[in-house]
Design a protein around this ligand. Structure first.
Ligand code: PSV
Ligand code: MN
Ligand code: MN
Length: 396
C-alpha cells in the first residue's frame, strides 16, 4: 500500500518534471471577428513573442518551449533568420517547440487547402508543409502540427468522400517528407471556419488518417474543439490505449472554440483529463504526449494569462497525482461505486496550492509565479519600450 506521504512525494517529483509548451500567438493581440482590442506593449515580431514566452518560463520553470506558427513567425532573412530566432530563444532560456502550419490565410484556400478540388491549390498547400519541415530542420523542432481549416458550408457543396481521398493523398506526401525523428501531429475540430462539414472534425477521422500514414502520425486533442457535453477524458483514455495521443492544445470553452485560459471554464474537466493522463502513465517527459496551451487573451494581459494557465494545468495535474490509485482500483473491482467516486473527489477537493508552492520554492522559483511576474516591472518596461512599429496581431 502506498502511504499518503509516498503519494505526495511521487507527486512532487512528477510535478518538478512537468513541462507545458506555449503558443507564440498567445502573446500578440487577439480578438473576435467583431473587434480586436489592442494591448499596449505586445510583441512586434517573433523575437519579442519569444521574450514574452520566456517570462512565463522564468517565473514558472515549467514552460521551456515555444510553438511557432508559419508563416506568422517566419523570420525571412537570407542570412539565417530562423537560426537567429533559435539563438535568441536559447539566450532567453527557452527552445522552439512544435511548428504549426497556416493554410487558412490565402485566398487560394477559400474552398480548401489539402482537400481542394484544384490540384494546383493542393500542391501549394503540400509545398507549404514541406517548407515547414525545413523550418523544423532549422529550429530543431520535431513535431509538425497540422490543424486543417478545410471544410464546406452547404450540403452538396463538395463531395465528402472525394475530399477525404484528396486529404489522404496530400497527407501522405507530407508524411513522406518527414525525417525519421519527426512526427505529424494532426488536430481535429468539429466546426469553424466552416459550418456544415469539417474535413477533420473529430478524433476518429484524425486517428484513421494517422493509422493510414504510419507510426510517425499522432492525434492532437484541442480541448476547445468538441461539441458541448463531449466526454473528453474518454477520448484521452482511448487514444492513449491506441498509442496515438501526440499532443494537447489546452484551453477553455464555454460555447465554441473560445480559446480561454486552461482550467478557467471547467477545472473539474481538466482534472478528469489529467487523471486519465496519470492513469495512462503519460505524464513522463518521454511519454510522447506534448502538453501545450493554445489560447488567445482578448481582454486580459497576455503573459500573466499564460502564467495563470500554466498554474491551472499544474493544479489539475497535482490533484490527479494525489488520487489513491490502489484504493480506487480496489473499490472499482469490488463494485463500490460510491467509494470509487469518493476517492476521485477527495483528490479533486484537495487544495494543492501549498504543495505546488513547495515544489517551486525547492527549485528556486517563486511560490506564486503570477504575483512574482506582476511585481517584476516587465509589463511597464515593454509598454514603454515597444512603441512604434506595427503591433503583432493574432497573425502578424
Ligand atoms: C484552430 O482553432 C487552432 O486551435 C489550431 O490549433 C491552430 O493551430 C490554432 O488555433 C491557432 O491558429
Ligand atoms: Mn488548437
Ligand atoms: Mn482552436
Amino acid at each position: 500500500m502506498t502511504t499518503p506521504e509516498q503519494r505526495r512525494q511521487d507527486a512532487v517529483d512528477a510535478l518538478a518534471q512537468q513541462t507545458i509548451e506555449l503558443p507564440s500567438w498567445a502573446f500578440g493581440n487577439a480578438g473576435t471577428r467583431f473587434k480586436v482590442f489592442p494591448t499596449a506593449g505586445v510583441p512586434r515580431d517573433p523575437f519579442e513573442k519569444i521574450s514574452d514566452a520566456a517570462q512565463v518560463h522564468r517565473h514558472t520553470g515549467a514552460a521551456p518551449r515555444v510553438s511557432l506558427h508559419i508563416p506568422w513567425d517566419l523570420v525571412d532573412d537570407a542570412d539565417g533568420g530562423m537560426e537567429k530566432l533559435v539563438a535568441h530563444a536559447a539566450d532567453e532560456g527557452v527552445a522552439i517547440g512544435t511548428i504549426n502550419s497556416n493554410v487558412f490565410q490565402d485566398d487560394d484556400y477559400k474552398l480548401g487547402s489539402l482537400t481542394n478540388a484544384d490540384p494546383a491549390v493542393r500542391r501549394k498547400a503540400v509545398q507549404h508543409h514541406l517548407r515547414c519541415l525545413d523550418v523544423m530542420r532549422a529550429t530543431g523542432s520535431k513535431d509538425l502540427k497540422i490543424w486543417l481549416p478545410d471544410g464546406t458550408n452547404y450540403p452538396g457543396q463538395d463531395d465528402i468522400r472525394d475530399r477525404q481521398d484528396r486529404l489522404a493523398e496530400s497527407l501522405a506526401e507530407i508524411y513522406a517528407g518527414l525525417d525519421p525523428d519527426m512526427r505529424i501531429v494532426l488536430e481535429y475540430k468539429f466546426f469553424e471556419p466552416y459550418f456544415y462539414t469539417m474535413d477533420i472534425p473529430d478524433w476518429g477521422t484524425s486517428l484513421l488518417h494517422c493509422l493510414a500514414l504510419g507510426e510517425q502520425a499522432m492525434v492532437v486533442l484541442d480541448t476547445g474543439h468538441h461539441a458541448p457535453g463531449t466526454n473528453i477524458e474518454f477520448i484521452v483514455a482511448q487514444l492513449l490505449r491506441a498509442g496515438r495521443l501526440g499532443a494537447f492544445d489546452f484551453n477553455s470553452r464555454f460555447y465554441g472554440d473560445d480559446d480561454l485560459m486552461a482550467g478557467a471554464a471547467d477545472p473539474f474537466q481538466l482534472f478528469r483529463i489529467m487523471n486519465e493522463i496519470v492513469r495512462g502513465d503519460a505524464l513522463r517527459p518521454d511519454s510522447g504526449v506534448n502538453f501545450m496551451l493554445d489560447q488567445c487573451h482578448n481582454v486580459e494581459e497576455k503573459v500573466p494569462g499564460q502564467i495563470r494557465s500554466v498554474m491551472n494545468v499544474q493544479e489539475a495535474t497535482a490533484k490527479a497525482l494525489l488520487v489513491d490509485r490502489e484504493a480506487l482500483g480496489e473499490a472499482q473491482r469490488s463494485g463500490d461505486v460510491l467509494a470509487a467516486n469518493g476517492l476521485l473527489m477527495d483528490a479533486y477537493s484537495t487544495d494543492v496550492r501549498p504543495l505546488l508552492a513547495e515544489v517551486r520554492e525547492s527549485r528556486g522559483l517563486p511560490a506564486d509565479p503570477y504575483r512574482a511576474f506582476m511585481a517584476s516591472g516587465y509589463l511597464d518596461r515593454v509598454r514603454s519600450e515597444r512603441v512604434g512599429g506595427t503591433q503583432a496581431g493574432w497573425g502578424a
